[in-house]
Design a protein around this ligand. Structure first.
Ligand code: ATP
Length: 270
């Protein structure tokens, strides 16, 4: 999750080529791309297309990337909101934002709405919380449920939502006709890490001593986001060292630095 300012309704330039590994997820999601490209073909036959798909998986495993790739492959506008945006909003503002976004997406259908960190909005109700925040979340969640129920399969809007806390979601979100399809993403295995390194090495000037297999072997437990980070840190090291290419040593130092960041992160969480 990054705090990012994206223009709503922009076309995405991400394609499936940018998403390494995640073969099963990509296969499942390809159906959506086909639908978004030619909705009429499906609607003519009376096929029902899922409107809500939940992407589950640890941080940095490519949930946002995959959602953008769906929009990019299908060539449709991408609308997004992040659950964390709603935390400090006044009551009613979140609900209005949700209504507004759905309205815009419907006007430009076929289109994609992506809701990141949906657990922030859709945490099971009745939990303890500061009263104000709780009230706001409920009104935002209710609006979201109303929007999901309010459009039919033929609207051409597909809502993708991401969370790494599927266990705490309000069951109301998961009912049929809402987020009733789930796609689980996992941390990459050795082969997948290698593929992810390759994607992020595409724009880099590499020295001859860089061996992708070795880097993949040295990064068990790393997410796609961590690997993207390593590649960039390695490039920064090489630039700082006035080199003309990025060497193995730069990658090893980058791995150390990213591990340092991961340790800090887990200390904050626990
Ligand atoms: P979060 O739960 O933290 O929001 P996320 O699952 O949405 O994380 P992304 O934001 O999609 O993760 O991933 C962050 C970045 O990591 C991507 O922009 C991309 O550069 C890289 N990345 C993650 N997974 C992959 C992958 N499978 N292939 C290539 N790059 C990846």
């Amino acid at each position: 999750t990054k705090a990012r300012v994206t223009e709503q309704g922009q076309e995405s330039d991400v394609t499936f080529e940018d998403v390494a590994g995640l073969e099963e997820a990509k296969e499942e999601i390809y159906e959506l791309v086909n639908f978004l490209k030619a909705p009429d073909k499906y609607l003519y036959l009376g096929a029902k297309i899922p409107k809500g798909i939940l992407l589950l998986g640890p941080p940095g495993t490519g949930k946002t990337l995959l959602a953008k790739a769906v929009a990019g492959e299908a060539g449709v506008p991408f609308f997004s909101l992040s659950g964390s945006e709603f935390i400090e909003m006044f009551v009613g503002v979140g609900a209005a934002r949700v209504r507004d976004l759905f309205q815009k997406a419907k006007a430009r259908a076929p289109s994609i709405i992506f809701i990141d960190e949906i657990d922030t909005i859709g945490r099971a109700r009745g939990g303890t919380s500061i009263f104000h925040e709780n009230e706001e979340r409920d009104s935002t969640l209710n609006q979201l449920l109303a929007e999901l129920d309010g459009f039919g399969a033929n609207t051409g809007v597909i809502v993708l939502a991401a969370t790494n806390r599927g266990d705490i979601l309000d069951p109301a979100l998961l009912r049929p006709g809402r987020f009733d399809r789930h796609i689980q993403l996992e941390l990459p295995n050795l082969t997948e890490r290698k593929a992810i390194f390759k994607v992020h090495m595409r724009p880099l000037k590499l020295a001859n001593d860089v061996v992708v297999e070795d880097l993949a072997a040295q990064t068990p437990g790393f997410s796609g986001a961590d690997i993207a980070n390593i590649c960039n840190e390695a490039a920064l090291f090489a630039a700082h060292r006035e080199q003309k290419s990025i060497k193995k040593k730069d990658f090893l130092d980058a791995i150390d630095r990213v591990i340092g960041g991961m340790e800090k992160r887990s200390k904050i969480i626990t």
